[in-house]
Design a protein around this ligand. Structure first.
Ligand SMILES: Cc1cc2nc3c(=O)[nH]c(=O)nc-3n(C[C@H](O)[C@H](O)[C@H](O)COP(=O)(O)OP(=O)(O)OC[C@H]3O[C@@H](n4cnc5c(N)ncnc54)[C@H](O)[C@@H]3O)c2cc1C
Length: 496
């Protein structure tokens, strides 16, 4: 160990270095071990344990909002109810780590700060700060597998509203939920109406004096049961869990695809169905019109699944109320909204989203030149022009993240095996002559999908082209056929 930049520190070398021990990093380690036997690897994780998102988020009620048959890996059966708590997801990951001997590859409390590629040496040199003291440890690797997610784990995003400092109560962001927060009998205002708010509110409403959900605009809520009937039927018949996992995955993917297509082919009908679903649980038409009738088309933002209509039952019972308005300013007693009303609060929960983290906030340098990510163009949302021997896992917005992390895992392993077989030490995506006039745009098309954390900072992300190979399609049903068929000898890949 030594000080940052101290060239005398001995570096540990592995073939592949995985950044992050979240759902992507653990899955990648599994695929590497299975599909590239003999490849040495390590996972560097800055937190004290595995889980990523499911370790960071500790707010009451924290759970997945997609089902675990598809959010779980394709290779490890999920045996519980579809929506799972953070603890259940971590327990599932712990089994994978134990069953596959992955623990010895993981180095916790290692925050990667710099990564330098040398074409002469055909390797990355990586510096990590270790533990509280931040001592520097050096690693070298032939390939960097970025599984660092897309948001900063240390702190969530909270806008700086006028008068914020005047508020006499407590402000809490769900991403950094304090252990000592006593909500008993308190007036709580939750700002936001996304998945976090919809999960948190049912979990706290029973103990609070009252909860107000304050939203700037309505969200799409989809009501259903936290159950998949076919899973229960197959289980009752004593079918092998591996079969159940595969069959239920196919059932869910089939149904999700049909629904997905409908949101594009008949968005108004889908919108009506969803709002009618809410109407069945709320007595007041006015509440539905004002607070649950979104202004954008279905799936332009992630939809929120509400199991057993829990939050709507609480609205009907008077435990929860909804306000659709904009924040004018904070005052000592609460939040003044544009319409003039004061929403009194002892505690304000800011479920206002994330800070984007571009490539784990790591300083990247390629052959002495700092990497400017917006100057790069993505190859299928996995690799980047001008950046050798690096792949990133970015999952899906409209389907479970892990569906893609499994497929990117297959692609990276196939690429590594191809390089080994052909003796290549370097691979880098490059625009081909036929791509010279290709139109470039931001990472995500805002018309297609526009969550706040991406829109605020997507100028910092790599760009996309207008051909399928130069963009992240956000379409599992297209990519499930396209990714396995990628021609590794295509001129988009430059080997050396
Ligand atoms: C509350 C919540 C609920 C969600 N629910 C769902 C859901 O139900 N379904 C779904 O599909 N998606 C969901 N998502 C999206 C979710 O982020 C992804 O599903 C998935 O967890 C991302 O996994 P990941 O491993 O790629 O990244 P993360 O979970 O973000 O993990 C990345 C890991 O990398 C580490 N890391 C980052 N930078 C560095 C560095 N420089 N050095 C070392 N380590 C580093 C981090 O500490 C972290 O452990 C949810 C997100 C949130 C916040």
């Amino acid at each position: 160990m030594g000080k940052p930049g101290d060239a005398s520190c001995a570096a540990e070398h592995v073939d592949v270095l995985i950044v992050g021990a979240g759902i992507s990093g653990i899955g990648s380690a599994y695929h590497l071990q299975q599909q590239c036997p003999g490849t040495t690897f390590a996972i560097l994780e800055k937190m004290e344990s595995f889980g990523g998102t499911w370790l960071t988020h500790r707010y009451p009620g924290i759970r997945s909002d997609t089902d675990l048959y598809t959010y779980g890996y394709r290779f490890k059966p999920w045996t519980g109810v579809p929506l799972a708590t953070a603890d259940e997801i971590r327990a599932y990951m712990a089994e994978i780590i134990a069953e596959n001997g992955l623990a010895r590859h993981i180095r916790y409390r290692h925050r990667i700060v710099t990564a330098r590629w040398s074409s002469a040496e055909r390797r990355w040199s990586v510096e990590a700060q270790v533990g509280e003291a931040g001592e520097t440890r050096r690693f070298t690797c032939g390939f960097l597998w970025m599984c660092q997610g897309y948001y900063r784990h240390e702190q969530g995003y909270t806008p700086d509203w006028p008068g914020f400092a005047d508020f006499a109560g407590r402000v809490v962001h769900p991403q950094t939920w304090p252990d000592d927060l006593d909500l008993t009998g308190r007036k709580v205002v939750v700002i936001g109406s996304g998945a976090t708010a919809a999960t948190l509110i049912p979990a706290i409403a029973g103990s609070c004096g009252h909860v107000t959900m304050l939203q700037r605009s309505p969200t799409y809520f989809r009501i259903g049961r936290n159950a998949v009937p076919i899973a229960d039927e197959l289980r009752a018949l004593g079918i092998d869990e591996r079969w159940i996992h595969e069959i239920v995955r196919r059932r869910i993917l089939h149904d999700t695809h049909a629904f997905h297509r409908r949101t594009f082919s008949e968005p108004e009908a889908v919108k009506k169905d969803m709002i009618d679903g809410i109407r069945r649980h709320l007595g007041s038409e006015a509440i539905v019109d004002e607070h649950f009738t979104p202004r954008y088309r279905p799936w332009q933002q992630r939809m929120v699944f509400v199991p057993d209509a829990d939050v709507f039952k609480q609205i009907e019972a008077g435990q929860v109320s909804v306000v659709t308005d904009e924040i004018e300013r904070f005052e000592p007693k609460g939040i003044r909204v544009r319409s003039g009303a004061l929403l009194e609060a002892d505690i304000v929960v800011t479920a206002t989203g994330f800070h984007l983290s571009v490539m784990g906030d790591i300083d990247f340098v390629v052959d002495g030149r700092p990497v400017d990510w917006p100057e790069t163009v993505t190859y299928r949302g996995m690799m980047f022009t001008g950046v050798p021997n690096l792949a990133w896992i970015f999952g899906y917005f409209r389907a479970s993240w892990t569906l893609r992390s499994d497929m990117v895992g297959d692609f990276v392993c196939r690429l590594l095996n191809h390089m080994k077989a052909t003796g290549a030490g370097q691979v880098m995506p490059m625009l081909r002559p036929e791509d010279a006039d290709m139109k470039l745009g931001p990472w995500v098309d805002p018309e297609n999908f526009n969550p706040g954390y991406i829109m605020r900072q997507q100028h910092l992300l790599p760009r996309r082209g207008d051909k399928p190979e130069w963009q992240h399609l956000h379409d599992y049903w297209a990519e499930k056929d396209q990714l396995p068929a990628i021609d590794l000898t295509d001129r988009a890949f430059v080997y050396a």
